[in-house]
Design a protein around this ligand. Structure first.
Ligand SMILES: Nc1ncnc2c1ncn2[C@@H]1O[C@H](COP(=O)(O)OP(=O)(O)O)[C@@H](O)[C@H]1O
Ligand SMILES: [Mg+2]
Length: 199
């Protein structure tokens, strides 16, 4: 197995941005969110099981998951989230493992937004990297990115581990409290350390 760094952090902290900078430097980035999205996109490999479990009304005309409809169901019906995750998680894990094994890069950044909350993937990881910023920055960035209302962002944040606990569980903390060039430089420093550790 290659050297794998688990990258996590609260919503809006900058996981995707940091992963992009790692990828530019030559790390293999395996993003479990992107894999999940592909599995539930048009013709995605989870769609047959989802249609069987939830009914064809959850499949759009193009063959993708009707995300808005599923979000409402998950919000309204107890157990729906667990049923969906029971379909998706094994597929996401298998695809992540395949990409990790197939990678020829010096090391892998595995992006798992709820890494610390769910406890999955830990046995694969050499290190846990937490991207961290102020909660006010999370809210501002997510609002600018998605237009979500502040109370909705707060709801998502409260479903995630509190900031202090996340940072306490980290091997490395990537502080994303300044501009993007600062983030890029900090990613560069971690990249050098991971290259050395992976050798
Ligand atoms: N240091 C920064 N300065 C300015 N904008 C940032 C910074 N870090 C992240 N962003 C922006 O904030 C938003 C959230 O970052 P993102 O990487 O998508 O967070 P996450 O993947 O953790 O939810 C994105 O639009 C991103 O481009
Ligand atoms: Mg992201």
């Amino acid at each position: 197995m290659p050297y794998v760094v688990g990258l996590t952090g609260g919503i809006g902290c900058g996981k995707s941005k940091a992963a992009e900078f790692f990828a530019e430097l030559g790390a293999e980035v395996v993003d479990t969110d992107a894999i999940s999205h592909a599995l539930t996109g048009p013709g995605g490999r989870a769609m047959e099981a989802i249609a069987a479990a939830f009914g064809p009304t959850y499949v759009r005309a193009d063959g993708a998951l009707d995300r808005a409809r599923m979000r409402s169901l998950v919000f309204a019906a107890a157990g729906a989230k667990a049923r969906l995750e029971a379909i998706l998680h094994p597929l996401i894990r298998a695809e992540s493992l395949r990409r990790i094994r197939d990678s020829a890069a010096p090391y892998v950044i595995l992006v798992v937004p709820l890494l610390l909350e769910t406890g999955g993937y830990r046995e694969l990881l050499s290190r846990v990297l937490v991207v961290d910023c102020e909660e006010s920055q999370q809210i501002a960035r997510v609002a600018a990115r998605s237009g979500l209302a502040e109370d909705e962002i707060g709801r998502i944040m409260r479903a995630q581990l509190p900031r202090a606990e996340r940072v306490a569980a980290a091997d490395d903390v990537l502080v994303n409290d300044a501009d993007l060039e600062t983030l890029r430089a900090r990613v560069g420093a971690l990249h050098q350390r991971y290259l050395a550790a992976a050798r």
